[in-house]
Design a protein around this ligand. Structure first.
Ligand code: SF4
Ligand code: SF4
Length: 222
């Protein structure tokens, strides 16, 4: 899932300082699961901002709504009436959701309430870790399902590096060495031979270094 973290109340207050009526929009998918931008977080932020503005003598009206997905027009279109009633929109979606809303309502200011962080998973209660950088050319098959692009601090495709230990990565003592994990996993599944192959430099053209990426699936177009 997409993992995001909330901006602070101070920052959000600053972002919407110019407005007196703001629509706070939560998203019911990834950012709800990672406890950053769902109905509950929208409610908490709305309460805090209302209180702060009241204490400053500049009260604000906040309308709250949470839609199933902010990255799909099918759900965004239901916001139209609420958008009309407000001066601006504060989106609690990921960066894609914020931009989808801004495209749908070009005449309203649209702001981001979250910092979108990475593609990852819940590791344990309250801890999320990155698992994929969406590089566009997935090599997990060769690495036992462990991604060196994301999880090796040096992004080595022919690891490990000289500083690796079974306990941790040389760059970060709190992080296991991805290459130790890859080797262990390939051994467990009887595929260590995959590591005999020297991998050529990665082709990064499918990554994000050349501007916006796009997928066109003609088999799905109408
Ligand atoms: S190889 Fe690329 S697509 Fe596959 S998990 Fe790693 S970053 Fe993601
Ligand atoms: S110690 Fe392991 S994870 Fe860290 S940089 Fe070296 S090979 Fe990569």
């Amino acid at each position: 899932m997409i993992v995001a973290s909330p901006k602070s109340v101070t920052e959000v207050k600053e972002i919407i300082a110019a407005h007196r009526k703001v629509l706070f929009v939560g998203c019911g998918t990834c950012v709800t699961v990672c406890l950053a931008g769902g109905e509950r977080e929208v409610g908490i932020m709305a309460y805090a901002v209302r209180m702060a503005r009241k204490l400053e003598g500049r009260p604000i009206e906040i309308e709250q709504v949470t839609i199933e997905r902010q990255c799909e027009n099918e759900f965004i279109k239901d916001l139209a009436e609420a958008v009309d009633r407000n001066e601006a929109i504060l989106s609690f979606g990921c960066g894609a959701g914020v931009q989808a809303i801004a495209e749908r309502f070009p005449k309203k200011p649209v702001y981001a309430a979250l910092n979108t962080q990475f593609l990852g998973i819940l590791e344990e209660q309250g801890v999320w870790t990155e698992k994929c950088q969406a590089c566009g050319d997935c090599m997990l098959a060769d690495f036992g399902g462990i991604c060196p692009v994301t999880r090796c601090a040096k992004q080595l495709l022919n690891g490990p590096c000289g500083g690796s230990t079974p306990e941790h990565c040389e760059i970060d003592n709190d992080m296991p060495c991805a290459w130790q994990l890859i080797f262990k996993r390939l051994k467990e599944i009887g595929q260590e031979d995959r590591l005999k192959k020297i991998r050529p430099p990665k082709d990064w053209r499918g990554s994000s270094h050349g501007g916006t990426r796009k997928i066109v699936r003609n088999d799905h177009r109408i």
